[in-house]
Design a protein around this ligand. Structure first.
Ligand SMILES: NC(=O)c1ccc[n+]([C@@H]2O[C@H](COP(=O)([O-])OP(=O)(O)OC[C@H]3O[C@@H](n4cnc5c(N)ncnc54)[C@H](OP(=O)(O)O)[C@@H]3O)[C@@H](O)[C@H]2O)c1
Length: 322
């Protein structure tokens, strides 16, 4: 089968370790199932793997990818859930200390077939295309959990989304608007700020500027480059939800502001199977659809990775198998 793998890792030149080519068909362990992928999507996580973050060198070569939609051997149209918990784990699987994401210990979704635990698939709503469904399991699920499980936001509250162009950020803008929040966004790029407003943001700003008012919550995935602004943007008692640190993971903590304004900083990672089911229902009920930047054939994955690495994206890059 055709697959996109990480064969070596380099922080300086991550794409040097990317391989697109033939790969042996996977075995299907007891309790797992095979999904014939129709569409998969790229995430910044795949770049981190190529840089040597989150994926151990001893597990190479590894098929990359966390997102997929496809058809099971027994003919069901499904969306793949990428969080794999230890057998017997009950409750929120993102809190399982031994949970892993597809492409960390087990081969990922950037291939013509992917093998997952039987419980790690959900029915694909007919209303979503294969490409749209493939965008949901990582970036969109992460944004869904940040907004609806972690933030404490209620109807009419104001949320700031940093780094508007990213996969998680575009998802957060669309979901937040559909949920009835006031949505503000930042982006380094003027055209992305315009597109953020077209997408649903009420207003978009340059990074770091003084906002018209303090916000109830901030959705943070950029990290060091925007952290200070995120802290300054919050009202007393406000909540900063952080799920990523693309520009660096070691910002100044601003502890004085943290305790004096009684801010809450909440980490968030992926989401549960139940939250993915909630996201699928949310999309069906509201008509909300993932924003797709580009669709490429799987064999052209390198071109997609090159765009993701430059940060020159607005929405998701999707790879299709047929
Ligand atoms: N914890 C989790 O479960 C989880 C899940 C998904 C993603 N993540 C993490 O969240 C982060 C975003 O993921 P993603 O897939 O949305 O990434 P992405 O699509 O590559 O988006 C990154 C965005 O960050 C913004 N950015 C602002 N300042 C930046 C700077 N100085 N350097 C680089 N980017 C900058 C850019 O937006 P503008 O150009 O508009 O400014 C860019 O579009 C990644 O670090 C990823 O690993 C975590």
């Amino acid at each position: 089968m055709l697959a996109v793998s990480c064969v070596s890792q380099s922080a300086e030149d991550p794409l040097s370790g990317l391989s697109v080519g033939e790969h042996a068909d996977p075995d299907v362990p007891e309790g797992w199932i095979r999904v014939h992928t129709k569409a998969t999507a790229l995430n910044h996580h795949d770049l981190w793997s190529l840089k040597g973050v989150g994926l151990s060198e001893e597990n190479l070569p590894m098929i990359l990818g966390c997102d997929a939609s496809g058809v099971t051997d027994d003919g069901r149209d499904v969306v793949v859930h990428a969080v794999i918990s230890t057998p017997g784990w009950t409750g929120d699987e993102t809190l399982d200390p031994r949970r892993t994401l597809l492409s960390e210990l087990y081969d990922g979704t950037l291939a013509e077939t992917v093998v997952v635990p039987a419980e790690n698939v959900l029915p694909k709503p007919a209303a979503l295309s294969w490409e749209e469904a493939a965008c949901l399991p990582t970036a969109w699920l992460t944004a869904y959990r940040m907004l609806f499980t972690q933030s404490g936001l209620g109807p009419g509250d104001t949320v700031l989304v940093q780094g508007a162009g990213g996969g998680v950020a575009t998802a957060a803008i669309v979901l937040a608007r559909a949920a009835g929040f006031v949505v503000w966004a930042t982006s380094r790029d003027e055209s992305k700020r315009r597109r953020a407003v077209e997408l649903g943001a009420h207003e978009a700003f340059e990074p770091g500027v003084r906002l018209p008012a303090r916000v109830d919550a901030v959705m943070e995935t950029v990290g060091k480059a925007t952290w200070a602004h995120s802290m300054r943007a919050l009202r007393p008692g406000g909540t900063l939800v952080v799920s990523g640190a693309t520009s660096g993971a070691d910002p100044s903590a601003d502890l004085n502001r943290l305790f004096f304004l009684q801010l809450r900083v909440i980490g968030s990672t992926m989401g549960t199977r139940d939250e993915l089911a909630g996201l699928l229902s949310f999309c069906e009920a509201t008509g909300v659809r993932p924003l797709i930047d580009q669709v490429l054939p799987l064999r052209d994955a390198r071109a997609g990775f090159e765009r993701l690495a430059t940060g020159d994206v607005f929405g998701k890059i999707v790879l299709t198998t047929s």
